[in-house]
Write a protein that binds this ligand. Structure first.
Ligand SMILES: CCCCCCCCCCCCCCCC(=O)SCCNC(=O)CCNC(=O)[C@H](O)C(C)(C)COP(=O)(O)OP(=O)(O)OC[C@H]1O[C@@H](n2cnc3c(N)ncnc32)[C@H](O)[C@@H]1OP(=O)(O)O
Ligand SMILES: CCCCCCCC/C=C\CCCCCCCC(=O)OC[C@@H](O)COP(=O)(O)O
Length: 216
C-alpha cells in the first residue's frame, strides 16, 4: 500500500489539487480503529492516499476486484472486498475483519455511504462500519473531505484545479457499547460529519436539511 500511496499521491499535481489537512493527531489512537469518511468520487483515492495511516486497509465493493490490473493492485494492497448486495455475506466478512484487525493490529477505512455521492450532502449511513467498531470494541475515527463541487462536475466532466479541506475528527469510543447502540452511534457520527462537511465546504445547513453555498 505504501507503493500505491506514493503513486496515487502524484495524481494531485496532475489535477492541480491541494489538500489542507487538520487533525492528523486524531489517528494516533495507539490501537486498531475504524476510520469512516464521506465518498464523492474516484478522486477520493487521492484524498485517501494523502492521509492514509500505515497499517490501514480499506473495504471495497467486490466488483472492483474484477477491474483488471487495478483490481489486482488493490488486492495486493490488502483491500478487503465485500458483496454489498448480500448483507449476510457482508456481515460474515466484516465479522472476520473485526477479529483480524485486533490480531494483526490494523485499522480499517470504510465509506459508510456505501457509494459515491456528488450531490453536495451526505447520504444516510450504512451501519456496517459501526457494527464492526462495536464488535471489535475499537474507536471510530471520522474523516471529512470538503465538497468537490467547487472544481469538479462529474456530469459535465469539468475539472479545474482546487483545494480540498480534510479534517480528521476526534475518535468516538465504543468500549462498553453493544449492537443495540449501533443506530445511536451511526446517527451521532453522521451528524458530526455532516456538520463538518458543510463547514469545510462553505455550505449553509438549511433548516429543511438542504444545503446552499454562502454565495447564493
Ligand atoms: C495506480 C493504480 C492504483 C490502484 C489502487 C488504488 C486504490 C487503493 C485503495 C482502494 C480503496 C477502495 C475504495 C472503494 C470504496 C467502495 O467500494 S465504497 C462501496 C463499498 N463499501 C461499503 O458498502 C461500506 C458501507 N456499507 C456497509 O457497511 C453496509 O452496512 C453493509 C455491511 C455492506 C451492509 O449493507 P446493507 O445491508 O445495504 O445496509 P445496512 O443498513 O448497513 O444493514 C442492513 C441491516 O443489517 C445490519 N448490519 C449491517 N452490518 C452488520 C454487521 N456487520 N453485523 C450485524 N448486523 C449488521 C444493520 O444493522 C441493518 O439492520 P437494522 O439495524 O436496520 O435492523
Ligand atoms: C477523474 C478520474 C481520474 C482520477 C484519478 C485519481 C487517482 C486514482 C488512482 C487510481 C485509480 C484506481 C482506483 C480504483 C478504486 C476506485 C474507487 C472508487 O471510487 O470506486 C467506486 C466505489 O467506491 C463505489 O462505487 P459506486 O459509486 O457504488 O459505483
Amino acid at each position: 500500500m505504501r507503493i500505491i500511496k506514493t503513486a496515487v499521491k502524484t495524481f494531485k499535481y496532475l489535477y492541480g489539487l491541494r489538500f489542507e489537512v487538520k487533525g492528523l493527531e486524531n489517528f494516533k489512537v495507539g490501537s486498531p480503529c475504524v476510520i469512516v469518511s464521506n465518498h464523492q468520487s474516484i478522486l477520493d483515492m487521492m484524498g485517501l492516499m494523502e492521509i492514509l495511516p500505515d497499517g490501514c486497509v480499506q473495504i471495497a465493493k467486490k466488483e472492483l476486484l474484477y477491474t483488471g490490473s487495478v483490481g489486482l493492485v488493490m488486492y495486493l494492497g490488502g483491500v478487503i472486498f465485500i458483496n454489498r448486495k448480500s448483507t449476510s455475506n457482508a456481515k460474515m466478512v466484516m465479522a472476520d475483519v473485526a477479529k483480524t484487525m485486533l490480531s494483526e493490529n490494523v485499522m480499517v477505512w470504510i465509506y459508510p455511504e456505501g457509494t459515491r455521492n456528488g450531490n453536495g450532502d451526505l447520504l444516510p449511513f450504512k451501519k456496517g462500519a459501526f457494527h464492526l467498531a462495536i464488535q471489535a470494541q475499537v474507536p471510530v475515527v471520522p474523516v471529512v473531505y470538503s465538497s468537490f463541487s467547487s472544481f469538479y462536475d462529474r456530469k459535465k466532466n469539468l475539472f479545474t484545479s482546487g483545494k480540498i479541506r480534510v479534517e480528521v475528527l476526534e475518535p468516538i469510543e465504543t468500549k462498553g457499547l453493544t449492537p443495540e447502540d449501533v443506530t445511536e452511534l451511526t446517527n451521532r457520527c453522521y451528524s458530526t460529519m455532516r456538520e463538518t462537511f458543510f463547514r469545510l465546504s462553505g455550505l449553509v445547513n438549511e433548516p429543511n436539511g438542504s444545503a446552499r453555498t454562502h454565495l447564493q
